[in-house]
Design a protein around this ligand. Structure first.
Ligand SMILES: Nc1nc2c(ncn2[C@@H]2O[C@H](COP(=O)(O)OP(=O)(O)OP(=O)(O)O)[C@@H](O)[C@H]2O)c(=O)[nH]1
Ligand SMILES: [Mg+2]
Length: 298
């Protein structure tokens, strides 16, 4: 008689440079949007768990901020959080962007993965943007840098090879019991997710230095009668000129951010949402430890 397959469980860190597609991969693997995604680098600022439970396994994927050379205190903390996560997990998914090749920053992360000495799977992502044959030299180069368990070319946006990634993740996880309830999707609260959605909308609509200067604080998140959730949020920026951009001509931009965020938060909560947005200037908050604590980045 064939031996019964053991149930697998564990933590899997998703690491890589900013913008390579880590959060997109997380959302694909979990099958729900648990992390925000934008075209701007350094979107993710917190470690975010996305939990997948099926009949064979329970996997807690840990999406991490893009690892980069920090330019300020915020960058220092979020890069450290990503690096630390390498030490806290059973398996690592390291993602590179095929269109960029293996950059010097990637090489530093290869080194970190090697030092962590964890089993690791390399994803060569964004293959939809280039001929798949270009992955071959990258595979060869990667194998010289670390002994990956698997190297898989993927397109997270198209969903290419994501089933294969999940199968390989489960294969390389240790056997173990469930650590979360079957219906738990993330370690983050609805309040946190609402703040992230507001930030996503503000990031999508702004350019250059403005997205990096945006933070969102949920001041109030409360259930009201008739299935309404009331949310009051402050969008922090670093300069008066940025505040002007976020508010927009006659408040149009802020209204637009609020409407887009409300739609997504309603879908997430399955309740009606009333959202009130404020914009405040907090000069250089990215360099201010007290501000970073208030905003939940430390
Ligand atoms: N064409 C293409 N675009 C992708 C793919 N995966 C992700 N993207 C896009 O790349 C951008 C960055 O994706 P994210 O998932 O936010 O990347 P990230 O690595 O989490 O970025 P940070 O949180 O900033 O570190 C978004 O515009 C995605 O839509 C892919 O396979 N193909
Ligand atoms: Mg991200």
């Amino acid at each position: 008689m064939a031996e019964e397959k053991k149930f697998k469980s564990g933590f899997v860190a998703i690491v890589g440079r900013p913008n390579v597609g880590k959060s997109t991969v997380l959302n694909r693997l979990v099958g729900e949007k648990v992390a925000i995604v934008t075209a701007k680098p350094e979107t993710t600022r917190n470690k975010i768990q996305g939990i997948l439970t099926n009949k064979d396994a329970q996997v807690a994927f840990v999406d991490t901020p893009g690892i980069h050379k920090p330019k300020n205190l915020l960058g220092k903390y979020i890069t450290k959080a990503a690096k630390d996560s390498l030490l806290e997990v059973d398996l690592v998914i390291f993602i590179i962007d095929m269109t960029k090749g293996i950059t010097d920053e990637d090489k530093l992360i290869f080194k970190m993965v090697k030092e962590a000495a964890k089993p690791a799977i390399l994803l060569i992502n964004k293959v939809d943007l280039r001929s798949k044959s270009l992955a071959l030299p990258l595979i060869e180069e990667s194998l010289k840098l670390y002994d990956f368990k698997e190297i898989i070319p993927t397109s997270a946006t198209m969903g290419d090879n994501m089933d294969a990634v999940l199968a390989k993740v489960i294969e390389h996880l240790p056997s173990g019991p469930k650590l979360f309830s079957d219906d738990q999707l993330t370690d983050k609260s609805e309040r946190f997710m609402a703040g992230e959605i507001v930030r996503e909308k503000a990031l999508e609509l702004t350019h250059e230095e403005v997205p990096h200067s945006i933070a969102v604080l949920i001041e109030e998140f409360s259930d009201r009668p008739k299935k309404v959730t009331y949310i009051r949020a402050t969008i922090y920026v670093e300069r008066q000129s940025q505040k002007k951009i976020i508010v927009g001509h006659r408040g149009q931009m802020l209204k637009y951010i609020g409407e887009a965020a409300r739609n997504d938060i309603q879908k997430l909560l399955g309740r009606h949402v009333y959202i009130e947005l404020w914009v405040k200037v907090h000069e250089n908050w990215r360099k201010d430890i007290q501000a970073l604590k208030m905003l939940g980045y430390v």
